[in-house]
Design a protein around this ligand. Structure first.
Ligand code: CU
Length: 155
């Protein structure tokens, strides 16, 4: 005859099995997300005090891209209208790059200036209107390009 204690042990082992299979499922989902470059989004609007944005030129499989601190490619940046952001760029590649921020009507609203190989720079950026902005590299506008979503501040 099986005692209560043994029953409990069996339940625990079963639960552990379920947990292991669940967590491996989660890992697989995350790995798939990593491959989908277009869905990377970095939210700077929800975290107060987190006003530093990192965008680094990176050479990935022979193509230049912008990457954030966690390696996200051409990340969508979620920011808040009227807030000041410090955009930091480090260029480890052997070509020069220049970040340009534009409205959807191609009016330039910010930029880094030329950044030579091995150099870093930073500049302050503040969005005056809600909506979407585009950012891109002056020299690699097709592959180094992303979106900035500007939201209304929550009062
Ligand atoms: Cu570039």
């Amino acid at each position: 005859m099986i005692s209560d204690r043994n029953n409990l042990l069996i339940v625990c082992i079963m639960l552990a099995g379920v947990f292991v299979s669940l967590s491996s499922g989660v890992t697989q989902t995350m790995a798939q997300d990593d491959k989908n470059n277009d869905t990377v989004s970095t939210n700077y609007s929800s975290t107060q005090g987190n006003n530093t944005i990192i965008l680094n030129p990176s050479e990935i499989n022979g193509t230049y891209r912008w990457t954030n601190s966690s390696g996200g490619i051409n990340p969508t940046l979620d920011i808040t209208k009227g807030n000041s952001y410090q955009i930091k760029i480090n260029n480890p590649t052997d070509e020069k790059h220049e970040l340009i921020i534009e409205t959807e009507k191609n009016s330039e609203v910010g930029g880094s200036g030329d950044l030579d190989p091995g150099k870093n720079t930073e500049f302050e950026f503040k969005a005056k209107n809600n909506g979407e902005l585009n950012y891109y590299c002056e020299y690699h506008p097709d592959t180094m390009r992303g979106i900035i979503k500007v939201s209304q501040p929550i009062k």
